[in-house]
Design a binder for this molecule. Structure first.
Ligand code: FRU
Length: 528
């Protein structure tokens, strides 16, 4: 199978080997140091939040906060890309551009199947986007609408904009979905300063009525942004679901800076009520000043995560991804000519635990199509496993690794070290006594570009019956860890400087045994 090319335009430029406008040789695009090979990145320039994620007629749309003119935040507009398999992304032209002193901030898109908005027909339903208009000449944010009748290729800003206006400076990130039980549209939208999510309903996506608010609750030190609200199936069940309210916070997350918290509960078509049983049991450890909350991700690089709407019922998955960076240093990461990547798309389910429901995240199965050579080991000591791994040679930068351990005891501290050159490594540790999963990127490569970057991040991990299951996805500049089937997740940027790669397993205290190890090398999903 041939990885798809980034775009016709880029392919054409590759063919003639020309120089692109920002000076990067086209043949080098997607070959630059730290260019992710299976995580979405824009060809060039700045990107932040995922926006307008919607499935329509075989395509997963991914819009994103984008600066068409530079590699730092500014001139916010919606970039656009589509994928048929959540793995290969085809870049499309800018969807919504900053215009007349109004930037296009974050928002969502839906397929208006019933043509309630009247912008299309029932046979050819329109795609409708709701986004925040951020006014650059006065302190005002309000909600705007745009629609497309050509499968998202071109968009028209609605003449009646704004469709929702409180006259406030901070009021943003509308996430709209169809609520079948009450046959109406529902919007969750953020009042960042108040630490509240407001709920609105509408019959036609144009007229909105407030029906409830939620918050302050959970983590409230940072401003609230980018909400999402959706039902999620309980694992193993085809019918039982709970509502999840996603609230991204601009600062105060467990690993510092921005992060993503969630609440589990009920939504009745008007407002959200949290389940009193689903509470955090521990405060985050690496940032003692962070408040206890349910965090979707415990490391630094997962923000503004929102889900795809209109995923067909026959598929049935709740799918999402996040911006893989952190507002603390996003504008300083050493990549060029682009800045920022998205995480891999992940599937969401809920797990019932002694302290209520927890969100589980697993990389979508479609990514398995990138696996090339696969190596498997069963029942080995950590030393045997390390020798076996060395025998495989340098695994390369793109790896999908699963490791299952058993026999962890209360004194076990297990380490999985990813060496990326002499004296350079990223360390993943499981400290059973403290119930912590630890990611240490202090010696992971380039870290000096921001004082907050070189750090150790800690996540609570629940060890049941001495077992630990880890799935790692490694790309050129990221380490995503899904522990205990995605009950604890860490997404971490790293910028290794380019030495040989090697894994090393070790333990202090009682050594666990390795039950199963699978190492898959991955092929690139971009470029030729
Ligand atoms: C979150 C955010 C949103 C806003 C957008 C602007 O990262 O601050 O609240 O809409 O970015 O780019």
């Amino acid at each position: 199978m041939h990885p798809r090319r980034p775009s016709l335009l880029v392919s054409a430029l590759l063919a003639i080997g020309s120089i692109t406008s920002s000076g990067t040789h086209a043949a080098e695009l997607y070959r630059e140091p730290w260019r992710p090979q299976f995580h979405f990145t824009p060809e060039r320039n700045w990107m932040n939040d995922p926006n307008g994620m919607v499935y329509h007629r075989g395509e997963f749309h991914l819009f994103y906060q984008y600066n068409p003119f530079g590699d730092k935040w500014g001139h916010m507009s919606w970039g656009h890309s589509v994928s048929r398999d959540l793995t290969h992304w085809e870049p499309l032209p800018l969807a919504l551009a900053e215009e007349n002193g109004v930037m296009i901030f974050s928002g969502s898109a839906v397929v208006d199947h019933g043509n309630t908005s009247g912008f299309g027909t029932r046979r050819e339903p329109p795609m409708v986007a709701l986004y925040t208009g951020h006014h650059t000449t006065r302190p005002l944010q309000n909600q705007h609408l745009a629609y497309s009748t050509d499968l998202g290729r071109t968009w028209t800003k609605y003449a009646g904009n704004p469709v929702l206006d409180l006259g406030k400076a901070d009021f943003r990130d509308p996430k709209v979905s169809w609520h079948p039980a009450s046959s109406q549209w529902v919007m969750a939208v953020s009042l960042p300063v108040e630490r509240q999510i407001a709920f609105y309903t509408s019959p036609n996506l144009k007229e909105w009525r407030r029906t409830g608010t939620f918050g302050p609750a959970g983590s409230i030190k940072g401003i609230w942004e980018c909400p999402d609200l959706f039902p999620v199936l309980v694992e193993g069940s085809r019918r039982t679901s709970k509502w999840v309210l996603i609230v991204n916070v601009g600062s105060g997350a467990p690993a510092g800076g921005s992060g993503c918290q969630y609440f589990v509960g009920e939504f009745d078509g008007q407002t959200f009520r949290p389940d009193p049983r689903s509470q955090p049991v521990t405060g985050p450890a690496s940032n003692p000043s962070a408040e206890p909350a349910l965090w979707a991700d415990w490391s630094t690089d997962f923000y503004a995560a929102v889900s795809w709407s209109d995923v067909p019922q026959r598929d049935g998955r709740r799918l999402w991804l996040g911006w893989m960076s952190n507002w603390e240093y996003a504008q300083d990461v050493p990549t060029s000519p682009w800045r920022s990547a998205m995480t891999v798309p992940r599937m969401l389910t809920l797990r019932e635990t002694p302290s209520g429901y927890r969100l589980l995240q697993q990389p979508v199965r479609e990514l398995e199509s990138l696996r090339t050579t696969s190596s498997r080991l069963r029942r080995a000591s950590l030393a045997e496993a390390t020798t076996w791994l060395s025998g495989l040679g340098d695994p390369g930068a793109l790896v999908d690794l699963t490791a299952e351990f058993e026999g962890l005891k209360s004194d076990t501290s297990l380490s999985l070290r990813l060496h990326t050159g002499p004296g350079e490594s990223t360390l993943l540790q499981c400290d059973v006594a403290r119930g912590r999963l630890i990611v240490d990127r202090t010696r992971s490569g380039r870290t000096e570009f921001h004082a907050k970057f070189p750090a150790v991040h800690e996540a609570p991990v629940r060890i049941v019956e001495g077992r630990l299951r880890l799935r790692l996805l490694l790309d050129t500049s990221s380490v995503e860890v899904f522990a205990q089937d995605g009950e604890t997740v860490t997404s971490t940027l790293v910028f290794p400087t380019g030495g040989d790669r090697r894994f090393e397993l070790s333990a202090t205290g009682t050594a666990p045994t390795l039950k199963r190890l699978e190492l898959h090398r991955l092929r690139s999903a971009v470029g030729r």
